[in-house]
Design a protein. Sequence first.
Length: 328
Amino acid sequence: MRLNLAVGYLLATAVTFFAQQLSWAAAPTSGYPSKPIRMIVGQQAGSALDNSVRAITPAFNESLGTQIVIDNRPGAGGMIAMQVGRTAIPDGYTIINAGSPQMITPFLFKKLDYDLFHDFVAIARLTVVQNCLVTAPQFSPNSVKALIDLAKSKPDTVNMASAGVGSASHLAGTLFSAMTGTPVLHVPYKGGASAVTALISNEAQFMITPLSATIDHIKAGRLKVLAVGGQTRTSQLPDVPTMQEEGVKGYLSIGWNGIFAPKGTPAAAVNRLVGALASAISKTDTQERILRAGVEPGLLTGVEFTKFMHEDMARFGRAVKAANLTVQ
């Protein structure tokens, strides 16, 4: 008798649990969204990532019919934001903004508290930014070929600045060095801003870094730009050649940011978010704000976005191997 009661209790509990889950999962299908949506951003307010997100949010708010509340959680290369996002309730009311750094961390840490491909739903890539090869204003090479020739003639004396060991700028530069057989001296700084300052003051000689962080300095003549890292030239500097045009065949170096949701977020919510983002990015005024932020529209969704991430991660994997970085 007691056994039957226990079994009955367990069955009732299980039915109640699954009914609650089904009810919760189905909630966004009707009237979603019905309240503000939190967007976790893994960099501080005013950063390049944060600025590019805020360029989209006015139109995103309008398309969704609710407010996106940005929750900045900087630190640890975006890992803090991802950890917070992974444990959020997957009800469609928490989304996470992440990008290129998340392609690097799996190669640098033996154990992460999350897996981008298994713990999250990839909603959409929003924007891309060309990485560019910039030099100090008084550094003599005026082309990529001239830089390569100089570095080969004086091995390990031409110095390459970066935002720090294992940063995207470090790996972009290391990949360039490996693909061109160019022996350079890596000089890591405490962040991208410090590295750019070192270039402007002629303390450092060259760097590969996001255009969004350097375009104002380029236009003001405080930095020289020799090439960009995309497959095609950027509309922001149409006269500047790509690395591939400069002879570095197969080189690709871009940054990007996208929107993710915790695993288990209902498909209806995901589809609604995808549609609202596509609508927001298609608007002329949104595209103008994106360009002013130093990045470019780069919408990818679904399978295409996931395929891009796998390819990007493979590129960073090659760069990490070339840099011979120690896994923590």
